[in-house]
Design a binder for this molecule. Structure first.
Ligand code: IPE
Ligand code: IPE
Ligand code: MG
Length: 250
């Protein structure tokens, strides 16, 4: 992170801290966290869920409005079946055990990603958590599960092509807003910041369209180690960034 201020991990959230409206997080490094401790990869995923709970709390306390977390990518199907089913069971457990807390905390939950191929019982659970939190007005928690940015753009293109073929849409009228409205994130602001943990510096197919002007913050910690101090440090880094959106800045 050359050029970044040497912010202390212990620093308190100062009054001058800029808070992103929408924060995206690529929660990476669960497997390495476990390996470094001589544990199984699945134990890393269990710890990762704990870090996610903490992140949701921090977003509520610091006033973030939208939080999108990458929890399972369309490419993660290439992992061993045991690990995949463990991650799926963790999602089920997270929804079941945390639903009441999310409702109490006024969190609205949305799950984005491909639904095709998911088990009917999991689909029911997803519909249930979305329906039960739909009226909440606090933090919107968007879980990108079985999500791939390219697939999302393909689905949007297919939808627009169908509308045009049916005569309901003039191809000349397609603009950036029409594409954005055809994505699963329709109606949400684009992420201001995208964090990736574990030292990797890539998007891995996360929010490709939406990340056009996001600020990227790469941190070395593995996801289970990402705590409030790490969160504040990211906010401090974001506060120093000059977002120009193609202009010449201030
Ligand atoms: C992120 O941790 C969680 C998922 C991708 C589901 P990883 O499982 O990718 O952990 P590493 O990158 O192998 O350490
Ligand atoms: C990205 O992490 C997906 C999630 C965090 C859910 P990966 O661990 O799958 O990404 P690569 O394979 O290192 O790019
Ligand atoms: Mg990984």
């Amino acid at each position: 992170m050359a050029g970044e201020p040497a912010a202390s991990l212990k620093s308190e959230a100062g009054p001058g801290l800029r808070i992103p409206v929408h924060l995206g997080v690529i929660m990476d490094g669960n497997g390495r966290w476990a390996k470094q401790r001589g544990k199984r990869r699945t134990e890393g995923h269990v710890e990762g869920v704990k870090a996610l709970r903490g992140l949701v709390e921090n977003c509520i306390n610091y006033g973030v409005s939208y939080l999108t977390v990458f929890s399972f990518s369309s490419e993660n199907w290439t992992r061993p079946p045991d690990e995949i089913s463990f991650i799926f069971s963790l999602l089920r457990r997270f929804v079941a055990s945390d639903l009441q807390r999310l409702i109490r905390n006024n969190v609205k939950v949305r799950i984005i990603g491909a639904r095709a191929g998911l088990e009917p019982s999991l689909l029911r659970l997803i519909d249930d958590v979305e329906a039960k939190t739909a009226r909440n007005t606090g933090l919107t928690l968007i879980v990108a599960f079985n999500y791939g940015g390219k697939a999302e753009i393909v689905a949007a293109a297919r939808h627009l092509a169908r509308e045009a073929a049916a005569g309901r849409l003039d191809p000349e009228a397609i603009d950036e807003a029409s594409v954005a409205d055809a994505l699963t994130t329709a109606g949400m602001p684009d992420p201001d910041v995208i964090i990736r943990t574990s030292g990797e510096q890539r998007l891995s197919n996360f929010l490709l369209w939406q990340a056009a002007y996001s600020e990227f913050v790469f941190v070395d910690e593995n996801w289970p180690d990402f705590d409030e101090a790490s969160f504040v440090r990211v906010l401090e880094i974001y506060t120093t960034r000059d977002r120009r959106f193609g202009g010449i800045g201030v």
